[in-house]
Design a binder for this molecule. Structure first.
Ligand SMILES: [Zn+2]
Length: 249
């Protein structure tokens, strides 16, 4: 197969969601996300170094931590300022990751903090007309509901772990779904049923996969389950990501 001899740098791989990782130099584009003040700075730095996009956010499993963020409002305000300082940067393209995480919220208070934070960032995204990169672990249904209630049009459900029905609801609302390089029965169904125009590929490196290069495995999965040539999968998912993260989208 031709692809086997092609270095990944020659492929148009767009990793729709990752963090700083060693594969960034070896792919065409990526959106590097932060999940708190410090990693937001790192995301920006990596984006500048590797000529990629970046997004700034405050992840739910992070902002629920009272021991770190006693004054949640103040910390959200600090990140809002960080976002505002980056508004005119060409490579700053989205708010995220933000969302809900029911896997890590163990108490009512933690759930509340997550919800307050999520809604604040949704409002910030509306204020600046920026797309949202959503973390929705074990909370897909609720995240989709909240986004719809806020009439959000531009959202990417990163590392989507929900079921086919939820994926269909998301796509009906115009949201995108990104596929990590990990197989599951439900993910297979989702890939088969959801039009490729609504799919992206991601690594979530270095946490889920080790490197952004592994987005090639997400592309292989889509290629196999949809019976589309992998080159076409790579082109289409990159085009979807470029459109989604374009500032005029
Ligand atoms: Zn992530």
């Amino acid at each position: 197969m031709l692809l086997k001899q092609t270095p990944t740098t020659d492929l148009n791989l767009f990793d729709a969601h990752c963090h700083y990782n060693e594969g960034l130099a070896k792919i065409k584009n990526a959106t590097i996300s932060g999940y708190n003040y410090k990693t937001n700075l790192e995301a920006k730095k990596a984006a500048e170094k590797f000529n990629k996009y970046y997004s700034l956010g405050f992840a739910p499993q992070e902002l629920q931590r009272k021991e770190l963020y006693l004054n949640l409002e103040q910390e959200i305000e600090k990140i809002k300022k960080q976002i505002e300082q980056n508004i005119s940067e060409a490579k700053f393209v989205a708010i995220g990751e933000v969302g809900l995480d029911k896997h890590w919220a163990k108490t009512e208070e933690e759930s509340q903090r997550q919800k307050i934070g999520f809604e604040k960032f949704i409002k910030i995204s509306q204020e600046y007309n920026l797309p949202l990169v959503i973390h929705s672990r074990d909370a897909e249904e609720e995240c989709i509901e909240i986004l719809k209630n806020f009439k959000i049009k531009k959202a990417l459900l990163h590392c989507f772990g929900g079921n086919l029905k939820q994926a269909q609801q998301a796509v009906e609302a115009g949201f995108y779904i990104s596929i990590p390089p990990i197989k599951s029965k439900e993910r297979k169904k989702i890939i088969q049923k959801i039009p490729i125009e609504f799919l992206m590929i991601e690594s979530d490196a270095p946490y889920l996969a080790k490197s952004s290069i592994q987005t090639i495995n997400s592309a292989k999965m889509i290629s196999e389950y949809k019976a589309i040539e992998i080159e076409k999968v790579i082109e289409q998912t990159a085009a979807n990501a470029e459109k989604f993260f374009a500032k005029n989208f």
